[in-house]
Design a protein around this ligand. Structure first.
Ligand SMILES: [Ca+2]
Length: 528
């Protein structure tokens, strides 16, 4: 007994020594030698246009300088990361940590159950992730998204935290855009409701805004993927959404009929480009170049591209990105865009069960979330890739107008990881400077973010069995939905076909699918 007690005391003593050393440099350096970790990280073509290895990026050099930890990186060839990572896991020869889109390699639950990766909770609780924990403490809503349903913290996620209008999420990269010069020419006000928007489309149709004497305008140019974008103005989705904690499938809701009936009427009245089922990017651009397209559910980057190609031939061309249209029944402005509600991306650095130096790995990965790490990984090298002016950060010409002629993403990727994939918190200010070029883009981003994001489905997680059953049911139901919507909008079937569609969906198991979503949603809201 005495011997055992002594051993226990000895073990506690050793543990205390290791822990007390956790906050100092000494735990990461052995006899003055630099600690080296092995990291597996997938890379994209964008990053590889600038460097061949993370260690060539200035921010990673800074991380090494500050933490005293060197990482030997393993980067699979672009596009082969899933296969390569699976091979590595199967071989049992694991690095200290790996950065991956985890859903592509089985998901967090499976990686934990297979003991490929380890939980981080005990280290979080022991204060070993000070910077990462500070973010979770500051934003409880983000913390809820990062923890799994059972409270497990499984990795260092790529965070995209932005506060807007009292809500948390990233940017709404898309919304309705209109030809501002056409609106001004016809003396039209900015529409805020579906009815007002319809009036603008009608005025485009009949008012000859392109002044060629022909009624050749296509008031709304769209494609099949935009139908969900329009549905949100009716406070619903063509897919699943979250109505005050209740999982709903839009196409079987009563309000869906009003929405589809409106789209069908617009089509019949010639307000929608009749070629929408087959329109591709080239045809889409041609409609704008021909000075015939009046409106589109657009992306902010698309607006910039269209402006670039139109400005020489259409001298006064101007765009406006307007707020999402008000829902008729409650006057709210809804969005079902996940980006506006989700503060992380499904990618993370995960510590593996083969990690040989957990303390050093934690310290290294935590640093990117510190104030200094945030600056280095978003903005790069001070006074080289960015400068401070009046307390604000600005990219230099090295990035914005690169002397070697590099495009912005390549120039920035030599210094920082903000445009690439890495476990870090992305700075909304970086995104604005790197993405937006024209005043109408700033205005659009501002307007598109003025929404109530509550009906967007939050980032729920499903068990492997739920995923299997859910997709089994929904594959056929979604196909039926797409076919029915297309036929009704094109006028090939009456709006009443929706009733037949709904009863078919009931037979196909929509109620069970809703139940599965509801269970996942309940678990999400029950997270601590
Ligand atoms: Ca015309």
């Amino acid at each position: 007994m005495k011997r055992k007690a002594f051993l226990l005391f000895f073990i506690i003593l050793i543990t205390m020594m290791v822990y007390s050393g956790g906050n100092s440099q000494s735990s990461t350096t052995t006899a003055g030698q630099k600690v080296t970790l092995k990291g597996f990280a997938y890379v994209t073509a964008r990053l590889m246009s600038a460097v061949t290895n993370f260690n060539e990026v200035w921010a990673f050099q800074e991380a090494e300088r500050v933490t005293g930890i060197h990482v030997d990186w393993v980067h699979p060839p672009v596009g082969q990361h899933v296969e390569q990572c699976n091979l590595m896991i199967a071989s049992g020869d694991l690095p200290d940590f790996m950065y991956m889109p985890y859903n592509d390699i089985g998901g967090l639950s499976k990686l934990l159950a297979d003991k490929t990766i380890i939980k981080l909770n005990q280290y979080l609780d022991a204060g070993k992730l000070p910077a990462y924990k500070a973010i979770m403490d500051k934003y409880p809503a983000v913390r809820r998204q990062l923890l799994m349903d059972d409270g497990t913290l499984a990795g260092f996620f790529m965070l995209r935290i932005r506060e807007y209008g009292g809500q948390l999420g990233w940017f709404s990269n898309g919304g309705i855009m209109l030809r501002k010069d056409w609106m001004d020419g016809l003396n039209l006000k900015v529409p805020t409701t579906v009815a007002e928007y319809e009036n603008v489309l009608r005025a485009f149709k009949t008012g000859d805004p392109n002044k060629n004497g022909k009624a050749d305008e296509l008031p709304l140019v769209t494609s099949a993927k935009n139908w969900n974008d329009f549905a949100q103005f009716w406070g619903l989705s063509t897919d699943f959404y979250d109505l005050n904690g209740v999982a709903k499938y839009g196409p079987i809701e009563p309000g869906f009929k009003n929405y589809i009936a409106t789209m069908a009427r617009w089509q019949q009245d010639g307000l929608i480009d009749p070629d929408w089922p087959t329109v591709d990017d080239r045809m889409f651009q041609a409609r704008f170049l021909e000075n015939r397209a009046g409106s589109h559910f657009s992306l902010v980057g698309t607006m910039g591209t269209l402006y670039d190609i139109m400005k020489d031939t259409i001298p006064n061309v101007d765009f406006i990105g307007i707020q999402n249209l008000k829902n008729d029944s409650d006057g709210k402005v809804y969005s079902t865009l996940l980006d506006l509600r989700q503060s992380f991306v499904n990618e993370a650095s995960m510590i593996t069960s083969g990690c040989k130096n957990i303390d050093a790995t934690l310290k290294y990965l935590d640093w990117t979330y510190s104030a200094a790490g945030y600056e280095a990984f978003n903005w790069g090298q001070p006074n080289v890739s960015y400068v401070y002016k009046d307390g604000q950060k600005y990219f230099t010409d090295e990035i914005m107008n690169n002397p070697k002629g590099y495009p912005l993403d390549r120039a920035l990727s030599q210094y920082a990881m903000s445009m690439c994939q890495w476990s870090m918190a992305k700075d909304p200010d970086y995104w604005v400077q790197a993405t937006l070029r024209f005043p109408f883009q700033y205005e659009a981003i501002d307007n598109w973010g003025k929404v109530d994001n509550a009906i967007a489905m939050p980032p729920i997680s499903q068990t492997p069995e739920e995923v299997r059953r859910f997709s089994q049911i929904m594959n056929d139901i979604n196909t039926l939905r797409d076919e029915t919507i297309t036929k009704i909008i094109l006028g090939n079937e009456p709006v009443s076909s929706l009733d037949t569609m709904v009863s078919k969906m009931k037979d196909m198991g929509i109620d069970e699918a809703i139940k599965i979503r509801q269970a996942a949603l309940d678990r999400y809201y029950a997270r601590k």
